[in-house]
Design a protein around this ligand. Structure first.
Ligand code: C2O
Ligand code: CU
Length: 483
């Protein structure tokens, strides 16, 4: 009898799943992706054998002015047309240009003022992903800038050297605006990062690398609608800093890549084509304690990894490829490898290790669902609801659980306004390249992640799945940090 009940429940569950699946396939019936909803892990990027193009390196944004410790910038969200593919140009969005944005490079301790201007025909916001700042400057859904308007934001850079980024965050248009090109790097430097012996000449041996998959129609126009499903857009073309099939020419022994997964939903598994290690030196929020050699580095949307590639063992005129699965991401053509750094430093920073596994969990966050049913703690986002309240300057342990389901969705979990530390994965010590400062972590179905967070900034902050279609579908909550 018990068994029969069990099977009945199981069968009805399967029926529900199949029906939901069918619903989504019908709603997005042009989905180009074979395998429907399970596509996040399966769909491919066509590895076009087209010509290689020199990697575009976004310019560093020049300040409008500087006085003492204050630096003033202008950042404008705008429309444009960009030569992304060969043939017809593509209608795109960008910051101070037609696609993507300039790199904003700031020093720890300075006060930055950014005049953000919205030249789009719709509202947007300017969110500083990974920055530790008061919520009034965070650029989340509560700080939108209406079409034609501008807003002055200000914050003091108060965190260690790191590769952060910025992108829009208005409810209902985040995903499509990022898709059309709104994203840029925000690099923080500090005394340590300037002193340390690592490649650091921007655009020469130190490269920002934002990786994004996109879907184009026959006229070379971005086709968000066709690519979208509620489990995320997946494109079949890969753009790196807006460059298709990019290469760089290298003349140094070591090069540093600041990898950013700026895609809406795709995860990447970065590796070198010949299996040599990538030396990971940094995570979302700054340096690791020491370089960690890794055969592969997985990044889900929103995550960053700084890696150093050792080109010392390669002969001149050879080339190495950074790949993700079977697709080429970046070709490094070795022109010469003299004049590089002597050796990678043993110690990058003195970040403390965290192993208080036994501290009490004060927040349980359960990520679940698929399609339009995604939720956090069984709720969908509401601007009017504060989900969690925390007293400012308290340190908390959260347990993030990705509830197992049949579709097995990965959810990249992100929190605004903080850098947290990963304490454990299913009770075990995380891999050493996961022990640095993080603001986004990949959560796999069925797994549990304990993180330690200190909320130092006042205001209302978002936490959400950084699969941007999941976020838009309601996989987001709000935390209020009370002084
Ligand atoms: Cu990268 Cu809430 O954002
Ligand atoms: Cu998700």
């Amino acid at each position: 009898m018990r068994h029969r009940q069990f099977y009945l429940i199981l069968i009805s569950f399967i029926v529900v799943v199949v029906v939901l699946n069918a619903f989504w396939l019908i709603k997005f019936k042009q989905s180009p992706v074979k395998g429907g909803m399970m596509s996040n892990t399966n769909s491919r990027i066509s590895n076009n054998q087209e010509k290689q193009h020199r990697l575009i390196v976004p310019p560093v944004l020049k300040p409008d002015s500087i006085d003492n410790n204050n630096i003033y910038y202008t950042l404008r969200a705008q429309t444009g047309v960009t030569q992304l593919l060969s043939g017809k140009k593509t209608k795109t969005y960008g910051y101070n240009g037609s696609f993507l944005g300039p790199t904003i490079r700031v020093e720890k301790g300075v006060n930055i003022y950014i005049r953000t201007q919205n030249h789009l025909k719709q509202s947007t916001s300017f969110h500083w992903h990974g920055a530790i700042l008061p919520s009034s400057s965070d650029g989340g859904p509560h700080q939108t800038v209406a079409a034609g308007q501008s807003r002055l934001i200000n914050f003091k850079v108060n965190q260690p050297a790191a590769t952060l980024w910025y992108h829009p965050h208005a409810v209902g248009s985040t995903a499509i605006q990022v898709y059309k090109g709104l994203a840029g790097f925000l690099l923080v430097d500090d005394q340590n990062s300037r002193r340390i012996k690592l490649p650091k000449t921007y655009g020469k041996d130190d490269f920002p690398v934002v990786v994004q998959d996109r879907n184009f129609d026959k006229n070379n126009q971005l086709n968000y609608r066709q690519a979208a499903s509620s489990n995320g857009t997946l494109g079949d073309k890969l753009l790196v800093n807006g460059t298709q099939n990019p290469y760089i020419e290298t003349t140094t022994k070591y090069i540093r890549l600041r990898l950013l997964n700026g895609s809406n939903a795709r995860k990447y598994i970065f590796k070198l084509n010949d299996g040599r290690p990538l030396y990971q030196i940094g995570t979302d929020g700054g340096f690791l304690k020491k370089p960690v050699p890794e055969k592969q580095i997985i990044l889900t949307p929103g995550e960053r990894a700084e890696v150093v590639v050792d080109l010392g063992g390669y002969s001149q005129e050879s080339q190495v490829k950074l790949k993700s699965k079977e697709s080429s991401v970046l070709t490094m053509r070795i022109k010469s490898n003299r004049g590089g750094e002597a050796k990678l430093p043993h110690r990058l920073t003195n970040i403390q290790s965290v192993n208080n596994f036994n501290r009490k969990v004060v927040q349980n966050i359960t990520l679940s669902g698929m399609g339009h049913m995604v939720s956090i703690n069984n709720k969908q986002f509401s601007m009017k609801r504060i989900d969690i309240k925390v007293k400012q300057n308290t340190t908390q342990i959260w347990k993030i659980s990705n509830k197992d389901n049949m579709m097995g969705e990965i959810h990249p979990f992100h929190i605004h306004g903080v850098q947290f530390r990963l304490l454990s994965v299913n009770g075990n010590t995380p891999a050493s390249n996961m022990q640095g400062r993080k603001d986004t972590i990949m959560t796999r179905p069925g797994n549990q992640y304990k993180i330690m967070i200190k909320f130092t900034q006042p205001g209302v902050f978002m936490y959400h799945c950084h699969n941007l279609e999941h976020e838009e579908t309601g996989m987001m909550g709000q935390i209020q940090v009370v002084p």
